[in-house]
Each structure stands twice: as C-alpha cells, then as structure tokens.
Design a protein around this ligand. Structure first.
Ligand SMILES: Cc1cc2nc3c(=O)[nH]c(=O)nc-3n(C[C@H](O)[C@H](O)[C@H](O)COP(=O)(O)OP(=O)(O)OC[C@H]3O[C@@H](n4cnc5c(N)ncnc54)[C@H](O)[C@@H]3O)c2cc1C
Length: 351
C-alpha cells in the first residue's frame, strides 16, 4: 500500500509539495482550513520569476497564470523611476483569485490529476497540528495557530488592499514609496483585474494614509478607484520576528512556505519562496539530508535582507527618502540580481 503523507494547508507551498509527492507514489492528504485552495495567492499579484527555470526545477506548470511586463515604474517621494528588467529576467503579474488560469487553480488541477486528496474546510487545531504524524508537512502560511503550535516566534503583520477592474491592455506594476507608510504601496493589473496594496507592517493604516496613497495613484497614474472593493485589511502572524525563523524542520515536522520563513524580509514577497520550498519539503520526506542542504543553499540570501529590514524598519522618512532614492537612482539592469535577490534564488539566476 502507498505510504501516506499529510499536509496542512493548500496554499502554493502545500500544493507543490502534494503534487511532487503524489508523483513519487505517495498517498497525499491535504487539510485546508478554508472553503477554497490558494491561501494568500488571493493577494499576491506581482513577482519576479523565470517561469522556464521554475517549471524545470519544480516539474509543475505555472506559465498559464503569468503575464509579463517589461519594466517597473516606481515613485519615490515624488520622483519617478522606470526600472527595465535585465536581459533574461522577466517580471510577471501573477493572476490571482478564483479564475481558471490563476496560479492556485493551475496548481490545483495538477494536484487533482496526480490524485492528491484535498479536504476543504478542515482547520487543524493547535493540538491536531502537533499530533500530525512525524514527517507531515505544515504549510499553513500566515496562520498564527501554526506558529504557536510549532513554537516559532511570530509577529503581527498589517496591510490594506483594494480590488477592482483594470485595463487588460496595460498589465503592470507601479510601486510607491511615500509618507503614507514606512513600507510601500503598489498597484497591479493582470488579465483585466486590478488591485492596490499597502503594506504597513507595524500598525494598521489610518484613513488619511489610505487616502494619500490613492490620491498619489490617481494624480500620477490616473487610477480611478470608484466602484472598487475596499475589502481587505489584514492581520496575520508573520515569520519576520527572528531570522532564525528560517527553518525546514521543527521537531519531527517539515515546514514549507511562509511558515518556513521563505518570504523576502524587504519586499514581503514570497511566491517564489513558497513554490520552491514546497518542492524542498517534499524532498525532506524522502531524503532529509539533501533537503536540508538545498534549504541551506537558499537561506543565506535572506539574512542580509533581514538585517537591512531591521535597520530600516524604524527609520523615519527623512532617512528613508535619500536611502530609497539613492538605491533607485543607482539602478542599472546589471545590478538587478543584487537588488532583487529575494526573487532570484530560483535555480538558474544566481549560479
Ligand atoms: C497581502 C499580501 C500580498 C502579497 N503580495 C505578494 C506579491 O505581490 N508577490 C509575491 O511574490 N508574494 C506576495 N505575497 C506573499 C505570498 O502571497 C506568500 O508568500 C505565498 O502566497 C505564501 O504561500 P504559502 O503556501 O506559504 O501560504 P498561504 O498561501 O498562506 O497558504 C496557507 C494555507 O494554509 C491554510 N491553513 C492555515 N492554517 C491552517 C490550519 N490550521 N489547518 C488547515 N489549513 C490551514 C490556509 O487557509 C491557506 O490556504 C503577499 C502576501 C500578502 C499577505
């Protein structure tokens, strides 16, 4: 009889782990708390990746969900920058939500085809998470319960999001740094859907700050928010409490995705990390030493970012403005891999 592996969470990491193990002949059972799969992919809309490399490394298809854009526009304290991608590195908006070609649904179809059993609406309690059999994979994202059950330090995390319809002929991303947050806000469009998101990690945004961000987007880029759904003001646990949070194993459980800490501490992005750590988690089921080696290969890329975050986190705008403008002004496509290490650790970029 096929050996069984249990996975908690059907976000990107859980789905990739499930597909990989099912292909190796395991009977895979995923418990998903929500009535739908995908986790935070509902909110993740832009990322930098090389789909060819990702697909080659993971053995899963992702390209259906991606739409390329050639450069990123950034506004930093009133000054505009256009950052073209270097040759060979493509930026993509990643389709989100329940659409047929959204990344989570592209993965979901592959999981079902491989015979992965997914139970929706099954939220595992702290006790149930702890009692999962040794070698189970926990890929529960930002859920605080799992951090507590696994005894991993976490911290609160806030962001604010609006969604609406965009112009399908203008896929892309516009990033804003300004006084409305110490983090950043951005606007994205993919396949005709659009959204804006402001990270404000330390505390929720107040109304005046939200209005300031919208005003900037409206004045500079003509974004019209009328009729938009002002729907998500998130609170969650976040692995950025300590840099030792980056871990593949905790006791006898295997961690994947956000819970394993593979989220860029600077930009708070994690699609690449979730996809790849899903694959590494699956590897840990069959060859733990190799998986630990692979995990350790990627981990050092996060540590400098984490240090940078700690330095800038409490910095006032008077310090952030020259810092961010300085980084943007010295941008050259050849420096891109160094600026964007968070997204570039997929194999093929940094070797
Ligand atoms: C607002 C926001 C915007 C983002 N934007 C971007 C972006 O633009 N680009 C980018 O690259 N990254 C972005 N990220 C990060 C990216 O979305 C995540 O890193 C990635 O989706 C995490 O995948 P995951 O599989 O680790 O976790 P998740 O996607 O969170 O999936 C975890 C799953 O586990 C389930 N679950 C939780 N607890 C339990 C339980 N007890 N029992 C059973 N199931 C459980 C959840 O319901 C969920 O489906 C963003 C994140 C946020 C929050």
């Amino acid at each position: 009889m096929a050996k069984e592996v249990q996975i908690a969470g059907a976000g990107l990491a859980g789905l990739v782990a499930g597909i990989t193990l099912a292909r190796q002949g395991f009977r895979v059972k995923i418990s998903e708390a929500r009535p739908n799969i995908g986790g935070k992919m509902r909110y993740a809309d832009s990322t930098l990746m090389n789909p060819t490399q990702i697909e080659k490394h993971l053995g899963v298809k992702v390209d259906e969900a991606l739409e390329p854009w050639p450069y990123t526009r950034v506004w930093a304290y009133g000054k505009k920058y256009e950052l073209p991608n270097p040759k060979g590195v493509q930026s993509f908006t990643v389709e989100r939500g329940g659409g047929k070609t959204s990344l989570e649904n592209v993965l979901y179809r592959q999981a079902i085809k491989e015979g992965v059993e997914i139970t929706l609406g099954q939220s595992l309690s702290k006790q149930e998470l702890k009692e999962l059999p040794p070698g189970s994979i926990i890929a529960t994202g930002l859920d605080r319960k799992a951090f507590e059950a696994m005894n991993i330090p976490c911290r609160p995390f806030f962001c604010h999001m609006t969604t609406g319809t965009g112009d399908p002929s203008r896929p892309g991303v516009i990033v804003y740094f300004d006084h409305f947050t110490r983090e950043f806000g951005y606007y994205f469009q993919a396949n005709g859907s659009a959204g804006s998101l402001v990270f404000s990690v330390q505390r929720p945004l107040v109304d005046g700050e939200k209005q300031d961000f919208r005003r900037l987007l409206h004045e500079n880029d003509g974004v019209d928010f009328s009729g938009w759904n002002d729907n998500i003001a998130g609170w969650a646990a976040w692995p950025l409490a300590a840099w030792r949070n980056l871990r593949l194993m905790q006791d006898d459980k295997i961690l994947a995705g956000t819970l394993a800490g593979v989220v860029s501490p600077i930009l708070l992005f994690g699609v690449n990390g979730a996809l790849l750590s899903g694959k590494i988690a699956a590897m840990a089921v069959t060859n733990r030493d190799q998986a630990i080696k692979e995990f350790k290969r990627i981990a050092p890329l996060y540590y400098p970012q984490f240090t940078f975050r700690k330095l800038r986190e409490y910095a006032p705008h008077v310090f952030l403005k020259p810092l961010i403008r300085g980084i943007l002004s010295s941008y050259h496509p050849s420096l891109f891999p160094w600026l964007m290490l968070f997204a570039l650790w997929p194999p093929g970029y940094h070797r």
